[in-house]
Design a protein around this ligand. Structure first.
Ligand code: ADP
Ligand code: ASP
Ligand code: MG
Length: 422
């Protein structure tokens, strides 16, 4: 008998029919003798719908008081899901009980809309499991020290599931979704993408942070910190396939370095359309400039990603960086009104239509020339690289958004990731 956590995403919970299928699958695992905790997301489209309603009633610039209400609203999607799933499980003849994050409780900090889980009380859940119940817990949410409901950021149910698995010392956390594992890149963009039977924790962390939405990055961080065995697999297989077969399907996140380093140099390609580029033009090239530009940006709680400063000509240079697209206008305004006058810079330019494409692989540590192969491939396609950033196991480029799919497809082929090449 094992303690297993299942997580079901929005599409997997997308209709009462699909919820019934989820219940049948979970019941199959419970009947095989496992203790089951299930963490579902809101039904697909529901979180967008709820946040859309909120948007109609709130201005663009949101205060902390407004963000609190957004979490109050968005968290209800998952509350509906857990109730429906517990009902469906009961209809399957299982004993089942659902809880919202605050009832467990899942304690978080107070950063509304992007809260971090601090602790999870396992007492109540353990008592239910001991009584033979399947426990269903909302994804995506928790409660802060003052009793306010918080949410964990988009895609946060993955993190809830892994955190619950860590707190319960579960034997495995299975992330059921609408694809049958982690692919070399998003299979919706590159149909030739290949499923990886394993992916190292480090590579998964990079891919998630660089835009692969298949797992929320914090879920991968949790899995690494607490060594939670974690697998990504499909909820669209027939619910009654044998458990042994199901338990080996999909993609396993591994924590040990395996012989992979010898196999593929690049394991995957990630991309992110959510960024925008800003450039402060004609900045005096002297000590303290980066701090004078990025200090006010950080104070305004705007996250900066790629940064580029050119060599100066005649004592002046340009300073570019990328921010989340949602923060684009705010960043431009702040630079124009505050930074440019203080620095005596010439002007501010911006481009919200950029994207970041990254190659990821632990094999990059032991191979040279990988980045230049990437640049060569993009140059053959006539794609101009605007910015570059590298780390030990990844290289990212910022390019015009309109070339994103072309770049991803060309790189996928150049690094022999296409299905045909396998
Ligand atoms: P869920 O609602 O189950 O959490 P998500 O939409 O958040 O599902 O994540 C699954 C989606 O992630 C897939 O449908 C796929 O389009 C996308 N995706 C992006 N990159 C990858 C990748 N490397 N491998 C698999 N899926 C990916
Ligand atoms: N329902 C939330 C969202 O849409 C959380 C999740 O699906 O993981 O972002
Ligand atoms: Mg998701």
């Amino acid at each position: 008998m094992a303690l297993i956590v299942h997580k079901y995403g929005g599409t997997s919970m997308g209709s009462t029919e699909r919820i019934r299928n989820v219940a049948k699958r979970v019941a199959k695992w419970a009947r095989a003798g496992h203790q089951m905790v299930v963490v579902p997301s809101a039904m697909s489209g529901e979180t967008n719908r709820l946040l859309g309603l909120a948007k109609e009633l709130s201005p663009a610039e949101q205060t902390a008081a407004m963000l609190r209400e957004l979490d109050m609203i968005a968290s209800t999607g998952e509350q509906v899901s857990v109730g429906l799933l517990a009902l469906a499980l009961q209809a399957e003849g299982m004993q089942s009980v659902s809880y919202s994050g605050w009832q467990v409780p899942v304690k978080t900090d107070s950063a509304f809309t992007k809260a971090r889980i601090e602790s999870i009380d396992d007492l109540r859940v353990r008592a239910d499991l001991a009584a033979g119940k399947v426990v269903v817990i909302t994804g995506f949410q928790g409660i802060d020290a003052e009793g306010h409901i918080t949410t964990l950021g988009r895609g946060g149910s993955d993190t809830s599931a892994v955190a619950v698995a860590a707190a319960m010392k579960a034997d495995e956390c299975l992330i059921y979704t609408d694809v049958d594992g982690v692919y070399t890149t998003d299979p919706r963009v590159v149909p030739e993408a290949r499923r990886l039977s394993t992916v190292s924790f480090e590579e998964m962390l990079e891919m998630a942070s660089l835009g692969s939405k298949v797992l929320q990055i914090r879920s991968v961080e949790f899995a690494g910190k607490y060594r939670v065995p974690m697998r990504v697999l499909s909820s669209f297989t027939s619910w009654d396939i044998p458990i042994d077969e199901e338990a080996k399907s999909g993609t396993l996140i591994t924590f040990e370095e395996d012989e992979k380093m010898e196999q593929a140099v690049v394991s995957g390609i990630a991309f992110n359309r959510d960024e925008a580029k800003v450039t402060v033009v004609g900045v005096p090239d002297k000590p303290g400039i980066a701090f004078q530009i990025l200090g006010p940006v950080a104070e305004a709680n705007i996250d900066v990603d790629v940064i580029l400063q050119n060599v100066s000509h005649g004592g002046r240079t340009d300073f570019s960086f990328t921010v989340h697209r949602n923060d684009y206008q705010r960043t431009l305004d702040l630079l124009r009104n505050q930074v440019v006058p203080a620095l005596g810079a010439a002007e501010v330019a911006g481009d919200p239509k950029i994207c970041k494409v990254s190659i990821v692989g632990i094999g990059m540590r032991s191979h040279v020339g990988v980045a230049s192969k990437m640049f060569g491939c993009l140059s053959e396609e006539g794609i101009n690289i605007q910015m570059i950033t590298t780390s030990e196991i990844k290289t990212s480029v910022v390019i015009d958004e309109k070339y994103m799919e072309l770049a991803v497809r060309a790189l996928h082929k150049a690094f022999d990731l296409d299905q045909a090449a396998a």
